[in-house]
Structures are given as C-alpha cells and as structure tokens.
Design a protein around this ligand. Structure first.
Ligand SMILES: [Zn+2]
Length: 138
C-alpha cells in the first residue's frame, strides 16, 4: 500500500471496499453471503451495496479482554439496514461509543486486526473490513 488509500466512497471502489448484502428473488436480504437465503432457501441472486447507507444500532457490546491482535476494548454493534422494505443485520466493530437506536455509517478499515499477532497464517485471510461510525448531523 503506497497510495494513501482514502476512506470515502468513490465510484472506483473495489468490491472488497464495499459493504455488500445479498438478496434473493423474494427480496430478503442476507449478510454475509450464504449458499441460500436464510429466510426462504431460494438462491441469492443480487448484491445490494450498503456502503453509502445509514444503519441503526440494534444492540452493542464491549469486549474488554480480546484475542491477540484485536484492539482493546473492542466495541461491537449489531446494525440494521433497511433497503426496499427489507432489513438485514450486520455485526461489526464501531469507531466510537454508540447507543441503541443511534444512526451509523460503515467506514472501510484497512486493518481490523494486527496481522503480526495473528494466530493463523497472515496470508490466509483478509484484514480489511468495516467499522460503524456514528452519523454526524449535517
Ligand atoms: Zn429469501
């Protein structure tokens, strides 16, 4: 990485830098991807980009003792997104303290954990992902 990656949402954003839900023919949203819809069992045929969307904190927790390489404390939230009258819940870390009902937006993070301290081989997984940031009033 030598190009000073940005965390805003550009059109050339790669799929890795998008928060994608998966939709079946009946309109149910799934996250993450499953072999079939967890609601009706139909194939998941579409992706829905949640990267620029705002979700709502359903609940959250804070882990004060975390595995090697994971920040401490680590605040995690379940965030619900609603798209076309279907909703989907996504578990992820937060950038700040959150409250139930708070509106949050996904922000891409290059390194969610420290690969140097990983238990598994560092090439065996992706280190990037999303955290949820409280929406600012604007
Ligand atoms: Zn379905």
């Amino acid at each position: 990485m030598n190009d000073g990656a940005t965390d805003n949402h550009q059109d050339d954003t790669s799929d890795e830098q998008r928060l994608l839900a998966h939709r079946c023919e009946n309109g149910h949203l799934n996250y993450p991807a499953h072999p079939a819809c967890t609601t009706c069992g139909e194939p998941l045929t579409e992706t829905v980009d949640l990267t620029a969307d705002t979700g709502e904190v359903v609940t959250w927790t804070r882990a004060t003792t975390t595995p090697p390489g994971v920040r401490e404390p680590n605040t995690l939230a379940i965030v619900e997104f609603t798209v076309d009258n279907a909703s989907v819940r996504v578990l992820g870390g937060t950038t700040d303290e959150v409250e139930i009902g708070q509106r949050v937006v996904p922000v891409f993070v290059e390194q969610l954990r420290d690969p140097e301290q990983a238990i598994r081989h560092t090439d065996s997984q992706s280190w990037s992902g999303f955290r949820f940031e409280p929406e600012t009033d604007s």
